[in-house]
Design a protein around this ligand. Sequence first.
Ligand SMILES: Cc1cc2nc3c(=O)[nH]c(=O)nc-3n(C[C@H](O)[C@H](O)[C@H](O)COP(=O)(O)OP(=O)(O)OC[C@H]3O[C@@H](n4cnc5c(N)ncnc54)[C@H](O)[C@@H]3O)c2cc1C
Length: 432
Amino acid sequence: MSKIAIIGAGYAGMSAAWDLRNAGHDVTLYEADDHVGGLASGFREPSWNWSVEKFYHHWFASDAAMLGLMDDLGLREKVLFPRPYTVMYHKERFYPLDSVLKAILFPGLGWGVDKIRFGLVGLFLRLTTSWQELEKYSVDEWMRKWVGERVYKLMWEPLVVGKFGEKYAKQVNMAWMWARLHARTTRLGTFEGGFQAFSDQFAQKLIEHGVTIRLGTPVTRVERDSASGLLTLATPSGVEQADQILITLSPAIAAKMVPSLPASYLQGLLNLKSMGAVVLVLALKEKLSREGYYWYNIPKSAGFPFLAVVEHTNFVPPEHFGGDHIVYVGDYLEPTHEHFSMSAEELLAKFAPHLKKFNPNFEPGWVKKAWVFRTAYAQPVPLVNHSRNIPALKTPIDGLFLASMSQVYPWDRGTNFAVEIGRRVAREMLEP
Ligand SMILES: Cc1cc2nc3c(=O)[nH]c(=O)nc-3n(C[C@H](O)[C@H](O)[C@H](O)COP(=O)(O)OP(=O)(O)OC[C@H]3O[C@@H](n4cnc5c(N)ncnc54)[C@H](O)[C@@H]3O)c2cc1C
């Protein structure tokens, strides 16, 4: 029986812990926060009987790794697939965009050759599996060539600029777009009680199976001691030893945590790019979207100071939140952006005039409470030929492994792929 330390109790760390413990090892999860779930964690007001994710979250019907884990945990019957509406902004109005048919009917595309190119390219990306060919091109050059300038500017450029900002929008590779279109469905899922309820039930199952979970325990350093040859990790309660260690944090944090990694591997970690996210969560007295829309995609060029408005209670009914209407106002930004240092009140004051575009009756008096959540590591940026840049899960330090969102490529980050990479790294750790 090996002693295994896993740093981070997000979905990657917890999934790896499940398989490693079931293979008979002595597993401890070290979590800096006071709860499990990582980026997918949630919070709850006393009057709510469901939690709200700090960052909007849903599953896709195609999330096979996630649903497979649910089966293994015996929790599959608690996964729900309501049918919310997604819309896109075009010329001062919002249009439904949550099915192939609605995308084809989108008026911005007209009725000529553009619509046919949009449909054919969408079909090709849905069917092809050759992402290695696609990663040689940027989304910008590939899409302009195949769907044409007008369709690209209208349908795809807003998504790329929104997610990656002007800085990276022209460099993101086409395999990223392929992964989104290839692996996602319009059916969206959640867990009974919210994602935090799932995380807590998962943690409970881990504990019942013998995994130790140490909350409020940030790991600061990992190294293989050259004199004793032992693999160690430093925690607030002292230095501890393990036979194998798995880090599930961002590559940049991992690089700081393990400065003794060989220079080339370390540099590979530091070269990886990512975007942060800032999300304002509002509990409103009234429903924002009179049409009942869940997800509003907003092009940056339309002049809104945010990328998406997501009315959670048009996905999960407000009755679960004591009648509050929960709205996220979110954006992907570089951590140097001013929104990273603004309070919830300051962000609300900046965003409120724009929320009238979603409902002309909206007024700040509707806001019962506001919260802001931020993370510097929200979205890895895959550049052209990115597969060459993905660090191996097994690091050059014997017994030390790394499994982060940046390594799920060609897939886009998501809880499904956190589960997939967690289980994949567990298999590698179990190899003799
Ligand atoms: C804005 C936003 C929206 C998203 N929307 C969706 C969605 O709709 N659907 C979906 O499936 N996914 C979504 N995701 C992605 C999803 O949340 C992530 O892919 C997934 O949660 C990553 O899991 P992980 O275990 O790899 O990392 P994390 O969840 O980041 O887990 C890492 C854990 O390590 C802990 N930690 C950090 N430092 C230390 C330390 N020094 N010592 C010990 N512990 C430490 C952290 O507290 C955290 O719990 C979204 C993410 C964001 C940011």
